[in-house]
Ligand binder design. Sequence first.
Ligand SMILES: [Zn+2]
Length: 139
Amino acid sequence: MARKKTFDCGHTGYGKFCHRCADEERQRREKQSRKEQKKQQRQAWQEHLAAAPVSLDHVPPKTARKVLETIEKLRRGQATYMQLNGKRLITMGQRNIISIPIGWSWRLVCEDTDEGLVFLEVLSHEAYNNKISSGGWDK
Ligand SMILES: [Zn+2]
């Protein structure tokens, strides 16, 4: 029968080393690595945002994600602006400007050019309405 012994740390147990301390050390390392992972994910996300063709600084993360997905879909040709419920500002006389709803209260505004869609900006519903009433995107 193995005898229980007292390790240097003061814990008692069986075997060559203290399993209690070993477990704590392992948990500490796992926690550290999860923290590190989260930090890396956060950094990757920040870089992703910074690389976006439109500024997303003022946009909530969930909306920003949706905007990036929408831009990807359009760029890859996986969806047309019409499939994404986008509309041309025809009544404004700016049919080359397309407004695509993002969720309930945001809009992605693009310009239809010879080289394809140019992403202009992301606006809240309110900012969008203000912009419309002050003449839209006419240049
Ligand atoms: Zn111990």
